[in-house]
Design a protein around this ligand. Structure first.
Ligand code: ZN
Length: 506
């Protein structure tokens, strides 16, 4: 069975224009080919499929310049193709390309003593969550998603320097999705946050290559690599998140002191008397004077408290109901207009973004409070890692607590942190000393952190460090090439043979 595991890997790229996605893809191709002796049959570009198939939605391939119009036309054609042939249409075209490339390279042999060779397929780039979902369902963990990003001003400069756009055009492209810290389309954002590796490409190409090489080494478990402080802290935040029983979402946060010590973690849930949050296990709360158990905690988290409803959502809906009823009662609208009509007319208003009626405190607040509760440490100048971008409520607590930096993975569209606090918060990675800096996480994602960093083989042999050769190294994640029933038959066959042999001896 171990001989029938795949060696193939799929590398998918995601990132906004000008972030260096294509440069990164090219470096990965070169490294895999030259150092890992992998065959990389070209780079698969979904944009080429759009160009080839746009006639199916009655569109013509546009001229390459101006770049803004070219990108918009391709996006438009891509959306129309997805509408017509389902959201994962371009991923299906990717699969078609992989099947063809594999077959050209000798195929996936079904002979038990042969396995498909050392091959990698690089996709530049994914734009849509449906595409990622299909590919992950098919290729599982053998697909690695690389999310490349860079600050907007740097992306603008790159577009101008590479002469793909002039100043005005570059500005237009970067500003297309204003209000996003990194200008993605919203659909692409949702792919990006699913990345296995996040790469901030904001310095020189050498630095980009150093980061990529470290990730490739991790994919093949070559050399000794341990988590950076940011990776470790984000993993802590992500682990804390699973404590949450909130019906809306699970968020985790961790705080690292100025000196790099982990000083707190937090998650979002309902606070309990005497401090802290409810957990699954009910615990005796000590009376602080006698230090004897005073009473047993009861779990009053939302899913089992009262009517088991989400209070934020219920109260928010009540506001909309009341507004609609008031309008109806006021007779400002005709008698044929119902309360339901009014509600339909005001659907999508900012009332739906209200977050203040939640019983839970948020992960960031709990992390800050836990430090105070135990009188542990100063958090002035610390860094807060959070799985989700802070809401405006947490943002003001973060500022007041004296935290210097916030690092996040997922965006949070309802957050007005910047709109309400741009006097004290900035979204940049520069060495801004007059604001709390909020920036995107750069590193190995918590989703594969544990599996990549966990010790897999011996690090030493006869007392000396082992140095595995990239050219024969196997990827950490491999797929079984045959079905479970075939393996079961093999086991049963072996079992029968063994029993027969022993019976003969007896
Ligand atoms: Zn919050």
């Amino acid at each position: 069975m171990p001989d029938r595991l795949s060696q193939e890997i799929i590398i998918a790229m995601v990132g906004p224009v000008g972030s260096g996605v294509t440069t990164a893809a090219e470096f990965i191709r070169k490294t895999l080919t030259q150092e890992f002796e992998y065959t990389v049959p070209g780079i698969i570009r979904p944009a080429d499929f759009i160009l080839a198939e746009m006639h199916r939605v009655s569109m013509e391939p546009p001229p390459k310049k101006p770049l803004g119009t070219y990108i918009t036309t391709l996006q438009d054609a891509g959306n129309r193709l997805r509408e017509k042939f389902h959201g994962d249409y371009l991923a299906e075209k990717v699969v078609e390309a992989i099947v063809k490339l594999r077959s050209d390279l000798g195929g996936a042999s079904d002979k038990a003593d042969q396995i498909p060779g050392r091959r990698a397929y690089i996709i530049d780039s994914l734009k849509n969550k449906d595409e990622l979902d299909l590919l992950r369902r098919l290729y599982g963990k053998t697909l690695f998603l690389f999310g490349v990003f860079a600050p907007d001003d740097m992306r603008k400069m790159r577009l101008i320097d590479k002469d793909v756009a002039d100043e005005d055009e570059a500005k237009k492209i970067i500003n297309r999705d204003r209000g996003e810290p990194l200008t993605f389309g919203q659909m692409t954002r949702s792919v990006f946050t699913e990345s296995d590796f996040f790469i901030c490409n904001d310095t020189k190409v050498d630095e980009l290559e150093r980061k990529l090489r470290r990730y490739i080494d991790l994919v093949f478990d070559v050399g000794v690599h341990t988590p950076t402080q940011a990776e470790s802290a984000m993993h802590e935040a992500n682990s804390a998140a699973v404590n949450s029983a909130c019906m809306s979402r699970q968020v985790g946060a961790s705080i690292v002191s100025r000196n790099g010590e982990l000083i707190a973690v937090g998650y979002n849930d309902v606070p309990k008397f005497k401090g802290g949050l409810y957990r699954e296990d009910n615990r005796h709360v000590l009376d602080l004077d006698s230090m004897k158990p005073a009473f047993l905690d009861k779990d009053h988290r939302c899913y089992k408290w009262g009517k088991g409803v989400c209070h934020n959502e219920t109260r928010r809906n009540n506001i909309v109901d009341k507004i609609a009823e008031k309008i109806k009662q006021s007779k400002l609208v005709g008698s044929r207009i119902s309360v339901a009509d009014i509600k339909a007319a005001i659907a999508g208003s900012p009332v739906e973004s209200l977050i203040e009626f939640s019983r839970s405190i948020h992960a960031e607040m709990e992390a800050i409070l836990s430090v105070a509760r135990e009188g542990r440490h100063s958090i002035v100048g610390s860094t807060l890692y959070t799985t989700t971008y802070p809401c405006h409520n947490c943002a003001r607590h973060i500022v007041a607590a004296g935290i210097s930096t916030v690092v996040y993975i997922e965006p949070y569209d309802k957050s007005l942190a910047i709109e309400l606090h741009n006097d004290s918060i900035a979204e940049t990675k520069s060495s801004d000393k007059s604001h709390v800096v909020f920036h995107q996480f750069d590193g190995v994602s918590p989703r594969i952190y544990f599996e990549l960093f966990k010790l897999k083989g011996a690090r030493k042999s006869a007392g000396r460090a082992v140095k595995p050769a990239p050219k024969s190294a196997l990827p950490v994640f491999r797929m079984q090439l045959d079905g479970i029933s075939e393996y079961e038959s093999l086991v049963l066959f072996g079992l029968e043979e063994k029993e027969k042999a022993v019976a003969v001896l007896e």
